[in-house]
Design a protein around this ligand. Structure first.
Ligand code: AP5
Ligand code: MG
Length: 218
């Protein structure tokens, strides 16, 4: 049996990580691990972890590493060694990347590819302003300006939709700033490793997906 792909989807808030992860996981049979979805799931259940994460998320800051790293690595390392995964939103700073690297290496694994979705800031703001997510499965949806959302349901599972608290304009600006300061240094780290692939992400969902698939094929 061939080994599954170990992939990181990298990019700023609203770049389309969740959207592309949904397409890739089905096509390539990969386990999707999203740190943000995991925190929101805990928040929905009202667990101590969710309540702790909420205060950081709502103001657009990173949740502290001591809360984040163990919970994500536990998910990653529970995947069989020949199984593939998509990491969406993790790692997000040099310490997270370093710990992930060491943990995988200790199990004779490493990352195959880091896909960087490059999207202009104006497009990010536009996308996040119109994003609604599913209450159950967290799939992102785009709703046009002025469109009535009252009866909109998730196109994946049929549950209701809501807007994330951290999609309020002030939190979005903070998330972009945090991404630029704390997360973009990882691009150099993965480029040096020879695993970084740059994808122009301002195109349509289908076009971006085709660009990713072409890059993965080569
Ligand atoms: P997280 O949930 O990871 O949020 P994010 O990184 O800010 O990214 P988003 O989920 O907002 O955007 P996305 O790239 O997934 O875009 P999407 O596909 O939805 O993290 C949230 C918070 O949790 C963080 O701020 C932090 O507090 C905490 N956290 C998470 N991970 C952490 C970590 N590792 N360490 C510490 N803290 C952590 O698309 C956006 C919209 O655009 C949708 O409406 C979609 O339909 C639309 N769209 C997508 N692609 C296209 C396209 N090509 N064309 C047009 N529209 C598109
Ligand atoms: Mg997302």
């Amino acid at each position: 049996m061939t080994k599954g792909l170990r992939l990181v989807l990298f990019g700023p808030p609203g770049a389309g990580k969740g959207t592309q992860a949904q397409l890739l996981r089905e096509r390539l049979n990969l386990t999707h691990i999203s740190s943000g979805d995991l925190f929101r799931h805990h928040l929905g259940l009202g667990t101590p972890l969710g309540l702790r994460a909420k205060e950081y998320m709502n103001r657009g800051d990173l949740v502290p590493d001591e809360v984040t790293i163990d919970i994500i690595l536990e998910k990653v390392m529970s995947i069989p060694s020949d199984g593939g995964f998509i990491l969406d939103g993790f790692p997000r700073n040099p310490n997270q990347a370093d710990v992930l690297d060491k943990k995988l290496a200790a199990d004779s694994r490493d990352l195959d590819v880091v896909v960087h979705l490059k999207v202009s800031e104006s497009e990010l703001l536009n996308r996040l302003g119109g994003r609604y997510i599913c209450r159950d499965c967290q799939s992102p949806h785009s709703i046009g300006e002025g469109e009535d959302t009252t009866d909109k349901k998730c196109d994946q599972c049929g549950a209701g939709l809501y807007q994330r608290d951290d999609d309020a304009p002030a939190a979005v600006m903070k998330r972009i700033e945090v991404y630029n300061e704390e997360t973009t240094p990882l691009l150099g780290f993965y480029q040096q490793r020879g695993v970084l692939v740059e994808i122009p992400g301002d195109h349509s969902v289908d076009r971006v997906n085709k660009l990713i698939m072409t890059a993965l094929d080569s």
